[in-house]
Design a protein around this ligand. Structure first.
Ligand SMILES: Cc1cc2nc3c(=O)[nH]c(=O)nc-3n(C[C@H](O)[C@H](O)[C@H](O)COP(=O)(O)O)c2cc1C
Length: 176
C-alpha cells in the first residue's frame, strides 16, 4: 500500500491530459472516496455530477476555457461539485448557519476525490474559474444551488512530479 505522504507529494494539478478515456469504474471509485470524507455533523453537504459524455464534456470545457482555463478541452471527464443543504443537529443549528461547515466539508471531499484519482494514475485539476450559470443550465442544476468547482480529470501526458510551491512550514504552523 502506498505511503499517504508519497500520494500527497505525487498529487499535483494536471493541465495536460492524454487522449484516453477514463474507465467508468475508476470515476465511480473517485466519488466513493469523496463520499467517505468527514463533514460537520456528518451533514455531507455535497453532490457530484460526473460528466463522461464527450459532447457534454466539450460544452462543460468551454465554460472553463472562456475563463482562462484553455486546457480544459483536454479533460476526459469532469466532476462537478455542488453544495447541498447540510442537515445539522438542532443544538448546532442554534449556534451557526446551516451551511457554516459546508466550504470545509466540500474541500475535504474534493481532496479525497483528487487523491483517489491520483492513486489510480488519473490526473486532476480543480477549477474555480468557469461559468457557473452555463454549467448549471447544461446539467439541469437549479440556479440557486452553488456549484463549488469543476474537477477536470484525465490521464496525464507527463507524469514527472513537479517541485511543490508552498509557503515555508514554519510560516504556517505553530507547535505549542
Ligand atoms: C478552489 C480551487 C480553485 C482552483 N482553480 C483553478 C483554476 O481555475 N485553474 C487552474 O488552472 N488551477 C486551479 N486550481 C489549482 C491551483 O492552482 C493549484 O492547486 C495550486 O496552484 C497548487 O498546485 P498543485 O495543485 O499542483 O499542488 C484551483 C485550486 C483550488 C483548490
Amino acid at each position: 500500500m502506498e505511503d499517504f505522504m508519497d500520494l500527497c507529494l505525487r498529487r499535483q494539478s494536471c493541465r495536460n491530459f492524454k487522449d484516453q478515456a477514463i474507465e467508468h469504474e475508476k470515476l465511480v471509485k473517485c466519488v466513493e472516496a469523496a463520499h467517505l470524507a468527514p463533514s460537520g455533523c456528518n451533514g455531507q453537504p455535497w453532490s457530484f455530477v460526473v460528466v463522461e459524455n464527450p459532447e457534454l464534456m466539450e460544452k462543460i470545457a468551454e465554460t472553463a476555457q472562456q475563463m482562462g482555463n484553455g486546457f480544459a478541452s483536454k479533460a476526459r471527464a469532469f466532476f462537478v461539485v455542488v453544495e447541498e443543504h447540510a442537515n445539522l443537529m438542532p443544538h448546532v443549528k442554534s449556534l451557526v448557519d446551516s451551511q457554516y461547515f459546508a466550504p470545509g466539508d466540500i474541500g475535504a471531499a474534493t481532496a479525497y476525490l483528487c487523491l483517489e484519482a491520483e492513486s489510480q494514475g488519473i490526473g486532476t485539476c480543480i477549477l474555480g474559474m468557469f461559468d457557473r450559470e452555463k454549467v448549471a443550465k447544461l446539467l439541469d442544476i437549479p440556479l440557486e444551488k452553488h456549484i463549488c468547482g469543476l474537477i477536470a480529470a484525465g490521464y496525464p501526458v507527463d507524469q514527472t512530479v513537479r517541485k511543490k510551491s508552498r509557503k515555508p512550514l514554519e510560516e504556517i504552523v505553530r507547535f505549542v
